[in-house]
Design a protein around this ligand. Structure first.
Ligand code: 5GP
Length: 187
């Protein structure tokens, strides 16, 4: 189905700046929509329920899985993260461009469900820079930073399986590169 091409899956290591890049993309191209995921992790300062994530208890998350309301989900660093089915299906049906910012397992699952989806991997300029960004964020414990760095190394090993890769050196350039990929796939 051709409309699946309008489904854009963005992955990349935690700290690579995916959310910032996608926010920039949407500022420049407001027609691009964003799928809000559900999670059981705690809300970070500055985040908003329903805008950044839907924050759920583990019991509620599991209820939604059982009810078939979650398109794909994974357990990442001890918490559930998943894509509500409705967030994606109604936008694909309406022919909208929708961006999912999800980790690598979720991206592979989406590609199985929607083989024509567009997958893009956002790389940090280097592992050193990734660690610096994670630390500067100031929201993670040392344990969480170490888990995220270990996971980042694994995720970078899967980048070649994506339709395209972009480097987040500067947010502006990376958002432009991401838009170019989306446009090229939809042409
Ligand atoms: P964070 O805790 O930093 O917000 O997110 C941790 C990781 O979970 C990130 O790589 C993020 O992209 C991923 N993630 C967020 N939402 C989803 C989702 O709905 N499904 C999957 N599979 N991963 C997600």
């Amino acid at each position: 189905m051709n409309q699946e091409r309008y489904l854009v899956v963005v992955s990349g290591p935690s700290g690579a700046g995916k959310d910032t890049v996608v926010r920039q993309l949407r500022q420049q191209h407001p027609e691009i929509e964003f799928s809000v995921s559900a999670t059981t992790r705690a809300m970070r300062p500055g985040e908003q329920d329903g805008a950044d994530y839907y924050y759920l208890s583990a019991a509620e998350f599991e209820r939604r899985i059982a009810a078939g309301e979650i398109l794909e989900y994974t357990c990442y660093c001890g918490n559930y993260y998943g894509t509500p089915k409705l967030e994606v299906d109604r936008r694909i049906a309406a022919g909208r461009t929708v961006v999912l910012v999800i980790e690598v397992e979720g991206a592979a699952n989406i590609k199985r469900i929607y083989p024509n989806a567009t997958t893009v991997f956002i790389r940090p300029p280097s592992m050193e820079e990734l660690e610096r960004r994670l630390r500067n964020r100031g929201t993670e414990t040392e344990e969480s930073i170490q888990r995220r760095l270990a996971r980042a190394a694994e995720e970078l090993g899967l980048a070649d399986g994506y339709d395209a890769q972009v480097v987040n050196d500067t947010v502006e350039q990376c958002a432009r590169d991401l838009y170019a990929v989306i446009q090229a796939r939809q042409a």
